[in-house]
Design a protein around this ligand. Structure first.
Ligand code: PLP
Length: 387
């Protein structure tokens, strides 16, 4: 990162951080470098450049940029968010170790903890991090505490500082999946977190056109993660790195709009009689509102509602949506809706979902960057269709 960016704001860093020095005639945009390997000098000096190592030019520029936004010493980009999470965990755990994880976790992460890590002799206990209950889950051999904040789909916010202190007191690392927040709304490393991971497929990329991940932290910890990635092999392709870098350039602009749309649409939803409950950390009614105000620079574009008419109403409502499309992902410029009972939480019974705060009638939105008035008009006409 150039010295000229010391102290620069997030919008500036999103555009420039990590760029190599420019000479007259240099391309303004980092070109896609399609080379799997790079010449070294005869004495073997210099860094061996090889794309699987995560040090190909497109990845290096991107890693500096994301590290700058996170306030991290280092970043590793990977071929998916799952690869980022898997390598962060593999770097932090050995056979016989134990993980304490939040119950509200991305389904792929649940599968990693429940089906893959036990094959390596690593067990996980789940807990709810919105109270102190989780501390009872700590065991003598707990080496990782893993949470997502804000969580999916209830957007619960974790008191990172408090969790970090307890985890560290226990000799465990705190790893946080901050995909929903992005470094524009939350920088977990400022709150004592050891490693922050992202599905860059979501907001960092921002256009639903690239699958990628990122891990940020101290140079020492990221080097440990990179060592796992070198061998397990989830490198990011240079084309994907190019798309992700282009997405990151507009992250600050997009998050401003996602945050604004989130607040406006959430506020509107609280006034609609067909909607019985609104989950958005920017609303005073959200259980973590005060914590969210303290930790977050914006409340984000993720929003969930409960329809008074429950499952039947949700089915009719989502079918009537026109501008907002049904799709399971999030964080792109387009507004999307999904029903957890058919997507992320399809594996649970209706009773289990209700007990986890997602009764039938629950609809999750990833609000895009469209005009809030148009999103609201679409929700209104879909509510009207409930009759
Ligand atoms: C999507 C997602 C992931 C997985 O990321 P991929 O890029 O799909 O591998 C992990 N965590 C969260 C919170 C996600 O939303």
């Amino acid at each position: 990162m150039g010295a000229a960016l010391d102290g620069a704001g997030y919008s500036t860093r999103a555009v420039h951080a990590g760029d190599p020095p420019r000479d007259t005639g240099s391309p303004v945009v980092n070109p896609v470098v399609h080379s799997a390997t790079f010449f070294n000098d005869p004495e073997g000096r210099g860094e061996l450049l090889y794309s699987r190592y995560g040090n190909a030019p497109n990845s290096v520029a991107l890693q500096r940029r994301i590290a700058s936004l996170e306030g991290a010493e280092a970043c590793l980009v990977t071929g998916s968010g799952m690869a980022a999470i898997a390598c962060a965990l593999l770097a932090s755990l050995r056979a016989g170790d134990h993980v304490v994880a939040a119950r509200a976790l991305y389904g792929g992460t649940r599968a990693l903890l429940d089906a893959e890590l036990p094959r390596l002799g690593i067990r996980t206990s789940y807990a709810d991090f919105s109270d102190e209950e989780w501390q009872q889950a700590l065991e003598e051999n707990t080496r990782v505490v893993l949470v997502e904040t804000p969580s999916n789909p209830l957007l619960r916010v974790v008191d990172l500082q408090a969790v970090a202190e307890i985890a560290h007191g226990h000799g465990a690392r705190l790893i946080v999946d901050a995909t929903f927040a992005t470094p524009l709304n939350l920088r977990p490393l400022e709150h004592g977190v050891d490693l922050v991971v992202h599905s860059a497929t979501k907001y960092l990329g921002g256009h639903s056109d690239v699958t990628a991940g990122a891990v940020c932290g101290s140079a020492e910890l990221v080097a440990e993660v990179a060592e796992r990635a070198r061998v397990w092999g989830p490198a990011l392709d240079p084309n994907a790195a190019f798309l992700l870098e282009r997405g990151v350039k507009t992250l600050a602009l997009r998050m401003e709009r996602h945050n604004r749309n989130g607040m406006e649409v959430a506020d509107w939803c609280t006034r609609q009689p067909e909607i019985s409950r609104v989950h958005y950390p920017g609303l005073p009614s959200h259980p973590d509102h005060e914590l969210a105000r303290a930790l977050l620079d914006g409340f984000g574009g993720m929003l969930a509602i409960e329809l008074a008419g429950e499952g039947d109403a949700a089915t009719r409502f989502v079918r009537a949506l026109r501008l907002v499309k049904l799709a399971p992902s999030l964080g792109g410029v387009e507004s999307l809706a999904s029903e957890p009972r058919f997507t992320s939480h399809a594996g649970l019974s209706a009773e289990e979902r209700a007990a986890s705060g997602m009764p039938d009638g629950f609809v999750r939105f990833s609000l895009g960057i469209e005009d809030a008035a148009d999103i609201i008009a679409d929700l209104r006409q879909a509510l009207d269709a409930l009759g």
